[in-house]
Structure formats: C-alpha cells, structure tokens
Design a protein around this ligand. Structure first.
Ligand code: BES
Ligand code: MN
Ligand code: ZN
Length: 503
C-alpha cells in the first residue's frame, strides 16, 4: 500500500514511451548508449539521435541536454529531451536524481504541461524510481515568489515510465520520492523567506502547520515557557531583538513503536543573523535570512517522517530567534547560563548558533531522545574546509557518525567527517566560566562542534554543518541559485535506517 500523501501524485506506467500521454519525455542518456538503447526513439526522431551521436553533438556528459522533435505521427509525445548522465556505471540513484531535476527544470523552462520521464540507470529499480521522483519534484521549486511581473513557470504533470508499474514496491518508492522531494521544497520555501516575513513567531506557526498537517504533535514554547525552562543561551541571543524567541517542539510517536530508540532532531532556527553586537559586515549580510535552514530541515523532515510512517519515535527541537544588536543585546564578555546549568562566556555574539543549539540539544535529551542529530548553518569555516557541495559532519561515536554519513550519501546530501579530538576543547577555555562560545580562527568548525558536544550528555550525536550546502550561490543544471533543502531527506531516511541496524 502506498503511504499517505498530501501533494498530487506522480503517475506511473509501463507503456512504451511511444504511447505515453505526455508532450515531452525526459530520457536519461549515458556515455556509450547506441541509438537503439531506447526502443524506437531514433526512428521516431527521424534519425536525429544517431546523427547527433555520430557528429558528437550528443556526448551524454552529465546534465547535457539534447532536445529532438518526434516526427513519427504514431507517437503520442511530441518531443524528447535526452539528459546526459556521464558514465553508465555511475548512473545509480544519486546520479538519476540530479538528471531528473535537470530534465524537470528544462521541461519547466519550455513551459510543457505534461512531462514523462523514462527511468533508466544502474542499480535497484525501486531506488532508481524513488530518485527520479525526488529529482522531478525538486525541479518544482520556485525562488522568485515575490516577483510581481513574471508568472512562475507552471508545474507540469509528471509521469514516470518504469519497467514494472504493477509492482507495488515501485509505486511505493515513487510515492516516497514524491514526499521526500516535496518536503525538501517546503524547507527551501522557508529558507527563502526574508527575515521580515519569517520572524521566529511566523517560523513557528508555519513549521507547526507543516508538521501537524501530517500528524506530528507540535508544541510552541513562548518566551515565558522558555524562561521557566531556564534556556538562558537562547534567551541571551534573543535579548537584542524586539521579536520574541520560540522553541518549536515536535513529537512523532507511532502506535506500536518500541520505547527506544528515540531519534532527537535539533535544528538551528536563526531567522536572521546580523551577528548581534559583534555585527557582520554589510556585504552579503542578506544571505543570513537562511540561518534557519537547519530548523526548516528538521520541521520538514518531521513531516516526511510522519507521512511515510517511520517505525520509530522521533522528537524534534527547533530553537528560533533573531540575532540582533538591540539596546538590550548581549555583549562580548557577558556570561549566560544554559538550561543544563553550564555557564558560557560570550566572546563573540556572532557565534549565536551554538548557543541556541546548546539549549536545544539539552532540551531534546529532556524529551527522551536517545540518539541526537543536529543540523545548522553554523560556521563560515566549514565552507573554507569543504566548499559548497559537502556538508561538514561531526560527532561521536564513530559508528553513529558513519551511519549518518551513509544515509546522507544515499539521500543525495553528501557529507564528510571532521575530527573532534579532545585537544580542541582547550580552545574553548574561559577564565571566568565553564567555556567560551568561540575558539579563535583555527579549526573554527571543529571548535563549534566541540561546543555543541558539551550539551549532548554523552549520547550518540552527530552534527551537520550545512553553512556551505544550504544555499547555492551559483546555479547548477540540477539546482538553481538559492536554498537547496539539504538534510531533509537525510533526516527522514535516518528514521527508517535506525529500525533494525539498517543503513
Ligand atoms: N550563521 C553564521 C554562519 C554562516 C556563515 C552561515 C556563512 C552561512 C554562511 C554563524 O552564526 C556565524 O556567524 N558564525 C561565525 C562564528 C565565529 C564568530 C566564531 C563565523 O562563521 O564567522
Ligand atoms: Mn552568527
Ligand atoms: Zn548564525
């Protein structure tokens, strides 16, 4: 049985491409593919495929697009677009997801109404079908929602052409991909909202709607409740703003789930990061509207987890506030006391993410989490270390971290581990308090993670630093400029991989 879903489904068929009811068919094309690799398409295009292969106009380089009109009147589709996939051996689900996104974006640019895609590649057919569904869905995201002049290019209806459409597992996989893609897009929408529309209160409202619609229990803690809980790190960051902070709490408790494990997801929810009194330079500061991308990933993963009916209990915690330099803002040298009771000397008010996450991690433990994962646009230093395409991965023990890495890889969110040697803790030594909130320039992402580790109570914990991966500065064929939705699929898939030692 396909699981519940809210969005319009992707159709599936095993009909030959020639009789699929679509205006355009996306065809994955790999290096070494001969004109007959997809039955009938060379003849249908009047020999265009063979000609383009012969002249090397068509090389099947990754995401290369080759459009050909269908001249054969017995075919229903009017056009095909071949999407290059590079070497065939590399054409697994990860590659197909990106090819589907590239093909979907191209189809939308052409304003085609009905689009089909042939599922082709190497590996497990269900994984390929899911990846194709994810990629097409990801291509639906529109960043320019406040443009009044140009209407956005419409979203086409999608059909996937697969070998065994009657196989229930294929249908389930496509539905799963649809939901995961859709939840990624919701996270992208949230991260794309500017600071003036998405205040902490508005973020909490929208995140609550997104998750509760899927059956997740959501509670929004206001400043009074936050004060009662003593979340002094969060309250400290919030002091500089006239917008009150919130903590968004999610509980997913499926009937029949074992008491443990309880996955605890914690996301950074800074709706705008000016840096506070340690204010950031003006150049590029507008980007700091996405400093809640980790929190959005948690909210939208909770939705996916509930829609897909993950078999384990999951709690989510998203502390959310602005980081502003108001008259009551915290100052360098101020001491804050965390919910857990540990004291922090604030050296730099721009290292605010680790402060609110420290309280968030502690609160997730209070809610019964046995395994922790946090997601945060935490440090500029991670971009220096790993660039814009790889998420920084930290945590303990190694087995837990490696598990997250593998799940993330499969979900299309590449990450790479960095070490947390005890020696790094010395960089956080304070003369007056338990620790400082910054460790200087060397190993900036690692010392940020070392700070978080102080609040994990020795539980298995992984930290994803998505400062580089949450936002694309340059458009790529499969990902336009703007929010990427990173980590949504990883967190959702993790709730399945944890069941019986999978992943
Ligand atoms: N939100 C930023 C990190 C960030 C930087 C995200 C660039 C996306 C792109 C974070 O709050 C921050 O300001 N970190 C500081 C830490 C420093 C003061 C120790 C940084 O990275 O400069
Ligand atoms: Mn900051
Ligand atoms: Zn920040």
């Amino acid at each position: 049985m396909p699981t519940a879903q809210i969005t319009t489904p992707i159709a599936l068929t095993s009909d030959p491409v020639s009789s699929v009811g679509a205006d355009l068919v996306i065809i994955p094309w790999f290096e070494g593919d001969v004109p007959t690799a997809v039955t009938g398409i060379d003849q249908a295009t009047g020999g265009e495929i063979g000609r383009a292969l012969g002249s090397q106009e068509l090389q099947a380089k990754p995401y290369e697009l080759f459009t050909a009109g269908v001249t054969d009147r017995s075919w229903r589709p009017r056009r095909v677009v071949l999407v290059g996939g590079g070497a065939r051996e590399a054409g697994g689900p990860e590659q197909l997801r990106k090819m589907a996104a590239a093909g979907g974006l191209a189809a939308r640019q052409k304003r085609v109404e009905r689009v089909a895609m042939l599922v082709r590649g190497v590996g497990d057919p269900t994984a390929l079908a899911q990846a194709a569904a994810e990629g097409l869905t990801l291509s639906e995201f529109d960043a320019g929602i406040y443009k009044t002049g140009e209407p956005p290019s419409p979203v086409p209806s999608w059909t996937l052409v697969v070998e065994r459409a009657a196989d229930d597992r294929i249908a389930v996989a496509i539905n799963r991909g649809r939901i995961l893609g859709d939840c990624s897009n919701l996270a992208r929408q949230l991260a794309n909202e500017p600071g003036n529309t998405l205040t902490p209160r508005e973020f909490a409202r929208r995140a609550a709607a997104i998750a509760s619609e899927a059956g997740v229990r959501v509670e929004i803690l206001d400043e009074t409740k936050i004060g009662e809980l003593g979340l002094g790190l969060l309250l400290g960051v919030a002091r500089g703003s006239s917008e009150p902070p919130r903590v968004i709490v999610f509980r997913y408790d499926p009937p029949g789930a074992p008491a443990t494990p309880v996955l605890g997801l914690v996301g950074k929810g800074i709706t705008f990061d000016t840096g506070g009194i340690s204010i950031k330079p003006a150049d590029g500061m507008e980007r700091m509207k996405d400093d809640m991308a980790g929190g959005a990933a948690v909210a939208c993963a909770m939705r996916a987890i509930a829609l897909l009916q993950a078999p384990i209990r999951v709690v989510g915690v998203v502390p959310t506030t602005e980081n502003m330099p108001g008259g009551r803002a915290i100052k360098p040298g101020d001491i804050l006391t965390s919910g857990e009771g540990k004291t922090v000397e604030v050296i730099n008010t721009d290292a605010e993410g680790r402060l609110i996450l420290g309280d968030g991690l502690w609160y997730a433990r209070q809610l019964g989490a046995t395994h922790l994962v946090d997601v945060a646009t935490l440090t500029g230093a991670v971009v220096v270390a790993l660039g814009k395409n790889t998420t920084g991965l930290f945590g303990t023990p190694d087995e837990w971290v490696e598990r997250i890495r593998r799940v993330a890889d499969r979900a299309g969110d590449r990450s790479w581990p960095l070490p947390l040697f005890d020696d790094y803790r010395e960089q956080l030594k304070s003369d007056i308090a338990d620790m400082t909130n910054t460790g200087g320039r060397p190993a900036g992402s690692i010392t940020a993670a070392m700070f978080l580790k102080e609040f994990t109570g020795g539980l298995p914990w992984a930290h994803l630093d998505i400062a580089g991966t949450a936002w694309a500065d340059e458009a790529r064929p499969f990902l336009p400029k703007g929010p990427s939705g990173v980590a949504v699929r990883t967190l959702a898939e993790l709730a399945f991989a944890m069941k019986d030692g999978n992943g």
